[in-house]
Design a protein around this ligand. Structure first.
Ligand code: 5GP
Ligand code: ZN
Length: 149
């Protein structure tokens, strides 16, 4: 871990959980990730998939860690479906940045079991965007993809 990352990790609740210095209900761990129950679950069974390494957002994760986080997220979703937890559907959620509702600044995936009538409302119904604007949005993102290492 770099000096900056070490400083950022100080006082980080998820680093403390990963280090087993803070209590959590852990369901899975390997050399790259730890998965534990969210303290304030949207629905019972709500899991957090957390890389051991402190990284704030998606862009701070190295490729191998990122791949493992998403892979384990998929495995956890499958486990929830097969478990005796109520689970008729799954939402996988990432809050990357304050504007996207991130409150713990150590990257994590939310794996949220869903069922009809669980009461969690995600979003309003956005209006359809004009094709010319969609094309121009796509162009802006394609340019960025081309310049991403
Ligand atoms: P964010 O909004 O950053 O994506 O979500 C952070 C999540 O971490 C929230 O769902 C919150 O309930 C959960 N959380 C915050 N502090 C703790 C904690 O100390 N332990 C556990 N298990 N979850 C926490
Ligand atoms: Zn951390």
């Amino acid at each position: 871990m770099t000096q900056n990352a070490t400083s950022a990790a100080q006082g980080c609740i998820f680093c403390a959980i990963v280090a087993r210095e803070s209590e959590a209900s852990v369901v899975y761990e390997d050399e790259t990730v730890v998965v534990f129950m969210d303290l304030n679950p949207v629905t019972p069974g709500h899991l957090l998939v957390v890389p051991r390494e402190h990284a704030v957002g998606l862009d701070d994760l190295d490729q191998a860690t990122s791949a493992r986080v998403w892979e384990v997220g998929r495995d956890m979703a499958r486990a929830l479906r097969r478990s005796r937890m109520r689970c008729e559907g799954i939402n996988v959620l990432v809050c990357d940045g304050e504007a996207a509702f991130q409150t713990v600044f150590h990257f994590h995936l939310h794996i949220v079991p869903r069922y009809v009538g669980d009461g969690w409302i995600l979003m309003s119904e956005p209006p359809e965007r004009e094709r010319s604007l969609l094309d121009s949005d796509a162009h802006a993102i394609k340019e960025a993809i081309a310049s991403t290492d």
